[in-house]
Write a protein that binds this ligand. Sequence first.
Ligand code: HAM
Length: 429
Amino acid sequence: MMTDDSRDAYRAPVGTHDVLPPESDRWMTVVGTFAERATRFGYGLVVTPVFEHTEVFQRVGASTDVVRKEMYELVDRGGRALALRPEGTAPVVRAYVQHRPTPPWKAWYVAPHFRYERPQKGRYRQHWQVGAEVLGVDDPEVDVEVVALAHGFYRDLGLQEVALLVNSMGTPADRQEYVAVLRQYLLAHAEGLGDEFQTRAEQHPLRLLDAKNEDWQDVIERAPQLTEHLSDDSRAHFEGVQRGLDALGIEYELAPRLVRGFDYYTSTTFEFVSDALDAAQNAVGGGGRYDQLAEEMGGPATAGIGFGIGIERLLIACDAEGVLQPSHAPKLDAFVIDNIGDSSAAVLVSALREAGLRADRAYGGRSVKAQWTLANRAQAAFGVMLGRDEATRAAVAVKDLATGTQIEVPREQVAGWIRARREEAEHGS
Ligand code: HAM
């Protein structure tokens, strides 16, 4: 059947993208940096399925767009209602409830997420997140640890213009009381702001606080704030978080109108925004507490907190700040040039690789000239040529591809010789 889409059948679907070298080098750095940092903080990698039973995500917020309008839902051949992961917290909590690991349980993840959104720069139908969750401890110090994990990660990458916004959503009871006050206020000021304002004030007053509509801003800005309606416990927790952040020297801004898009949030919520990006898509990470979620999924009452960071958006922020840019450092230590034609090139490449060096070669009987071209294109530090002359002396010709200098090195010493040069380059001597 010829549909509009079928012409594009062999292109990645709208809102998705391939990640190829050299861009994928940056992905390796991002994921590697996060993995290393999370491990250092005592978090273990958790891998959950790309799809879950749809109910798992219903807990995330039946009233939220992500669940109501944007979920990729499917029925499998066994008649099961499944959904592709729209967000990463619910699957981790589901895994916690299923396996009951001993709390505190500190998990990190890297995973694709799926939301049927209107694609634009920084907003995709498949995006990737690195994230972390801690289950089983209700202690403001944990909130501080989780925020510090994310905060330090941005700094690891060299980002300077990422600001931290912090808020508290209180307990569900605090919120219920506040929502009533807020609704009353919004409806009292709804005159002239249109039907949509009226409807939203009635149905989702909290989410109205996040609305971008210019005409509403005056009323929104003067609205009563949730943090003024916190119970004593919630306020004490929130103050504990602020004291902890202060102690670690982590700068933050209190953002009483920060409303995160999921129903599961309680208590501390936070967002990292990049001042280098357009306001519409400037959230490079966000998270918060969800102290009821495990129980809602049939588990024991378990406090939880975590965050997710969108990798694509993070990389856009890196571009905007000019950090994590493609490096001109060699991608290979050695490229072997075969001017003999027997198996010695295969043996030498293998020996170099097994010795821990990054080594490659050409295939398909290319001319020596073509092989040198490939060596340069591969961004190798050295070309290592196997020639008949050198072979009679059990040696190889090694050419520094940056300077063009060529010397002869005994075949048996070439791996050690290249490694020594690499270490010199790495240590700047
Ligand atoms: P979220 O704020 O929906 O939170 O997403 C986290 C981050 O993912 C965002 O700050 C943004 O960087 C990125 N992101 C979200 N949607 C897209 C998209 N369509 N395209 C590109 N990037 C996107 C969560 O998902 C929560 N699970 C975070 C969390 C963890 N809360 C507690 N634990």
